[in-house]
Design a protein around this ligand. Structure first.
Ligand code: HEC
Length: 112
């Protein structure tokens, strides 16, 4: 009885050891590489609009008031689009492309 228990324990711990050491390692490495590549790609594509948005905000949105109003706000995409359109109505200098870039940046930075 006691011997059989010991044998069972030995088999179980051996199996656990195998799973712990041999199991995940080979399957993890190939999986990690593509995610990293995708993340890098996302950073690359996300960076230019974000930088442009920050510049647009600084250059075009500070003529009439400070950025305190912007920084205190938390708006959804629709709300920011409305606000930016309203500011353009007041005289903010932004063409349609610039408005889209700025709205994207605002949602990312001051989103809900
Ligand atoms: C021509 C002047 C002018 C420019 C340029 C301007 N604003 Fe405004 N903004 C105002 C005035 C006046 C108010 C306060 C009255 C109001 O809210 O309508 C205001 C209020 C705001 C508010 C607070 C009210 C709200 O709806 O949340 C935000 C946020 C805001 N502006 C963002 C911006 C952004 C972003 C830009 C750049 C695209 C910008 N503003 C450019 C005149 C301007």
């Amino acid at each position: 009885m006691g011997k059989r228990m010991l044998v069972t324990l030995a088999v179980v711990s051996l199996a656990l050891l195998l799973v712990a050491c041999g199991g995940p390692a080979p399957s993890q490495e190939p999986a990690a590489a593509p995610t990293e590549a995708i993340q890098q790609q996302e950073e690359l594509t996300a960076q230019p609009p974000a930088a442009d948005g920050a510049i647009l905000l600084e250059e075009r949105c500070t003529a009439c008031h400070s950025l305190d109003r912007v920084m205190g706000a938390q708006k959804s995409h629709d709300e920011w689009a409305q606000t930016v359109a309203r500011m353009v109505g007041k005289g903010a200098q932004l063409n349609e492309d610039e408005q889209a870039v700025l709205v994207d940046y605002l949602v990312k930075t001051y989103g809900p």
